[in-house]
Every structure is written in C-alpha cells, then in structure tokens.
Design a protein around this ligand. Sequence first.
Ligand code: SAH
Length: 248
Amino acid sequence: MKFNILTLFPGMFIGPFDESIIRRGRDKQLIDISLHNIRDYSVDRHQTADDAPYGGGAGMVMKVEPLSACIEHVKAQHPTSTVVMTSPQGRRFTHKIADELAARDGLIIICGRYEGIDERIRDLYVEDDISLGDYVISGGEIAAMVIVDAVTRLVPGVLGSDESATTDSFCDGLLEYPQYTRPPEFKGLKVPDILLSGNHELIRKWRRNESLRKTRTLRPDLLSDIDLTKEDRKMLAELELKDATVAR
Ligand code: SAH
C-alpha cells in the first residue's frame, strides 16, 4: 500500500511513522509512505501557500496553485491512487471505511491547515473526504496519521498472526471482549476463571458473550448493523433476561 501525504508540516510525521507497527510495515515493504511539502510547489519568491479569504473574515486559506501542482505531480506518478481530503465535513471515519481504503491501490492524503483549503481543490481533485469526527482539529496531519495507522493494520502481513486484527473491536461489528494478562489477581480483582481453564470452547463462548454484552451496553447502535448468528441471538436473549430479572 502506497501512501502519499501532502502537507505543509512534514516534520510532524517524524516519530509516529518511525515506531512500532507502522515502522514494521515499512521495514517489511508492505507499506510505503512519502511526504510532500506543499510549500515546495509554490512558485513565488516567498513560497506562499496561503492567502486571505475572499469575502473577508478571520484566518487564511490554503491557496489553490501550490496544492494543485503538488497533487498533479504525485497523481502523475501514482495514477491509480485515490485522492483523499481530510476535513471535518467528510464522511466520518470508521473501521468499514478503513477496510475500503485498504483495498484501494494507494492513497494520496491532503492535509489542510488554517481555515481550510480553497474549495476548487475539492471540485477538481478530491475523490474521498474523510473526517475523524464532529470536532475541528488544527490540521489534517493528525487525521492523516490516524488514517494511515488504521489502514496499515489491515494490510495483510503487517500484523503478525498472534496480533491479528480479526478479533479487534469493530472488525466483526462488535466491541472486543475484555482482555487480561498476569497476575491472576490484582487488588482483589480476579481474572475470570474460564480464561485460566484452558478449555478453548468455553473460552470462545465466554468471549463472544462478553463481546455481545459490552456492545449491547456501550454501543447498542452497532448491533443493528451486523448479521447475528443463532448462538449470538441466544446469548443476547439470555443477557436481556438477566437484566430483566435484576430490574425486578
Ligand atoms: N474551517 C474548516 C476547518 C479547518 S481546520 C471548517 O470549518 O470546515 C484545518 C484543517 O484541519 C482542515 O482543512 C482539515 O484538513 C483538518 N481537520 C480539522 N478537523 C478535522 C476533522 N474532524 N477530521 C479530519 N480533518 C480535520
């Protein structure tokens, strides 16, 4: 998976892309990340990349020419890559969208700054628009890092088999079951006996049940989106019954 990131602040990516899983993905050449400084594409003497908004108002707007030149340069080298804008106005990023992006040939991610980007960039080039959520952050760089991280985890071979993404939250539409590691007891709190039992079938059932219980309590909205098995429905019915008994 090839990521091209277009930014005014390439220095921000030093660190997050040089450690742990993203580092490993790069070392194994399963992903490749190139940073492009939009300012390098501005043509005037002062390397201007922003200007005052037409119509007045606070702040600055990212200029169309340098960013356009930068996008065209990168797109010419990676014609099958998708141009993605980071913006609070985009579709809200989810596991499903990460999955979708992981299946693309490559991503060209545009990081905005200041008051945002001249709208003509969106009209001319943007194929997908991604938002981290309903709040505003100061720039698209952190959003790009989140997208690269979430997508990289889904690129086959990046995670070892012992840390596969398939049991992670959202992967099958549910939140993940609770995890524990040694010691078996801490400040009076014990790890559930079943997890120490070595009985794989009981452990699988317990985990599924806990996944359903957590999702039902914390994110009931997720349950309407997934195909539940017969076993799932039975477990949910039992959880409901338990709640009803407690309430009485
Ligand atoms: N004035 C704009 C916000 C600009 S914030 C508006 O109200 O829509 C500057 C840049 O930060 C944006 O261009 C975008 O790249 C990034 N950004 C801000 N909030 C974001 C969010 N929720 N998700 C993704 N990117 C965001």
